[in-house]
Design a protein around this ligand. Structure first.
Ligand code: ATP
Ligand code: MG
Length: 438
């Protein structure tokens, strides 16, 4: 993308309404634009990151054996009356009446709908286990939408739903998702710690929240220091096979949210290993048995022909919230520092002197060598403004090209995260950038 033709609006001033750094930076870097309270339009750069984050989520769900579907945002109220949640859900649910006076709603989650779909087709124990997921917009009429996409009203969620013949099967599905979640967040450069959690309005008896430590987090969390050193991608590089060792490992140390905090267990941990922090919930998994399958009439015939009510779980990831969480975890005073895996573009090519034949030619060559992975700052701005924008947006690499280096065919590469600078011939610069894209 050439910046002279692109729609990448950055803001110099810090927007007054933004209270936390990720919100400020998302507005200033031109990732999002608020259209009503808690509702955002995604601008080109924000959309690219949202897609990259979604794709990692998708790959790990597929690897764990879940299958992608796409359910609608608008749901009929009847489904929620069947489960008994229509009245319980309260004001967070956006209720809609269509022209025929039918009660509809904008889905805050999809347990009812997926159970209804699945029950049409699942007839026998051979149709189990199955896990279906989608990545779809949700609406929750939050009383206090704030912090940008961290707590929006409309937000993108990945939600998966597992169906199993018995409790042991459901626990295995839960463990698979548990591992998939650890891997998903680790691939985005985040350390998300699974913590015992309350089940809230989803209901059920087993639940973990995946939480990223950050000062701006909304909940207080308690954990054993060792958890911060665990690395799931090293422990289980393929992400296939029995997930139990990974789950056992990560649940062998204390970690709990405020609501589930057990003071006696906490006091048993040596003081130097106790970490009390604030955290951001990026994922939440639940095993809730027959809470939906039973009232909604999902039954299959078991191996001996008797009817069985499948055991279910649900598994959510806050896809749009993740962008804010990644920025909370990776920024400095100049702007965002994207991890390679989710950066909107790998590299910004900064032409320090558009119009200089050698600089123009070298920039064009580099730009052509990185299709779809580079933005080319060919604007007639001064160098300082180009550096500031590139730092603000946080491309992992900046390729700085001016007349002097260009005359020798040399590209100056700056690594955004470390500030490290390298002077390299074109091919080596390209190889270096490509190696980080993976
Ligand atoms: P919270 O406690 O933060 O309100 P929740 O427990 O109600 O979230 P879940 O039903 O567990 O949320 O939803 C799954 C995931 O969706 C959460 O882990 C979170 O990452 C994300 N999420 C939930 N509510 C919002 C929101 N209002 N804005 C953005 N993301 C959200
Ligand atoms: Mg939750």
């Amino acid at each position: 993308m050439r910046l002279s033709r692109a729609f990448l609006p950055t803001l110099k001033e810090t927007p007054a309404e933004a209270q936390i750094v990720s919100h400020r930076l998302m507005l200033r870097a031109g990732l999002i634009r608020q259209t009503s309270a808690g509702i955002y339009a995604w601008l080109p750069l924000g959309l690219r990151v949202l897609r990259k984050v979604s794709e990692i989520v998708r790959q790990e769900q597929d690897l764990a054996g879940a299958q992608e579907i796409l359910m609608p945002t608008i749901q009929p109220a009847e489904l929620w009356k069947e489960s008994g949640r229509y009245d319980d859900y309260g004001k967070e649910m956006l209720r809609i009446t269509d022209r025929h006076d039918r009660e509809m709603l904008f889905g805050p989650t999809n347990e009812e709908m997926v159970t209804d779909i699945f029950k049409t087709y699942a007839k026998s124990y051979r149709d189990l286990p199955r896990n279906l997921y989608h990545i779809q917009w949700k609406f929750r009429d939050e009383i206090r939408p704030r912090f940008g996409v961290m707590r929006g009203r409309e937000f993108l969620m990945k939600d998966a739903y597992s169906f199993d013949i018995d409790a042991e099967g459901a626990r295995e599905s839960y463990r698979r998702m548990f591992r998939a979640y650890l891997r998903t967040f680790a691939r985005m450069g985040l350390k998300a710690i699974p913590m015992q959690a309350d089940t809230g309005p989803i209901g059920g008896n087993l639940s973990h929240e995946f939480i990223i430590l950050a000062e701006t987090g909304e909940s207080v969390v308690y954990l054993h220091k060792d958890l911060l050193d665990f690395d799931v991608l090293a422990q289980d590089p393929t992400g296939t096979g029995d997930p139990s060792p990974v789950v056992d490992f990560w649940t062998s140390r204390y970690a709990a949210t405020d609501e589930k905090h057990d003071v006696a267990a906490w006091d048993a941990i040596p003081a130097e290993s106790q970490v009390t922090e604030r955290g951001i919930e990026v994922g939440h998994i639940f095993y809730f048995g027959t809470k939906y399958s039973k009232p909604m009439g999902l039954t299959v015939s078991g191996p001996d022909g008797t009817p069985v009510v499948p055991e279910m779980g649900s598994y959510g990831i806050g896809v749009s919230r993740l962008l804010a969480a990644i920025i909370e975890a990776g920024h400095d005073e100049n702007g965002i520092i994207w991890p390679d895996a989710v950066a909107p573009f790998a590299c910004a090519i900064l032409n320090l002197k558009p119009g200089d034949a050698a600089a123009d030619a070298l920039c064009e060559q580099l730009y052509a060598a990185l299709p779809g992975e580079a933005v080319y700052d060919d604007r007639g701005e001064r160098a300082g403004a180009k550096f500031a924008d590139a730092d603000l947006i946080g491309y992992p690499w900046q390729a700085i090209i001016g007349p002097r280096g260009a005359a020798k065919g040399i590209v100056e590469l700056k690594r955004r995260a470390t500030g490290e600078r390298l002077e390299l011939p074109l091919e080596e610069a390209v190889a270096k950038i490509k190696a980080s894209i993976a």
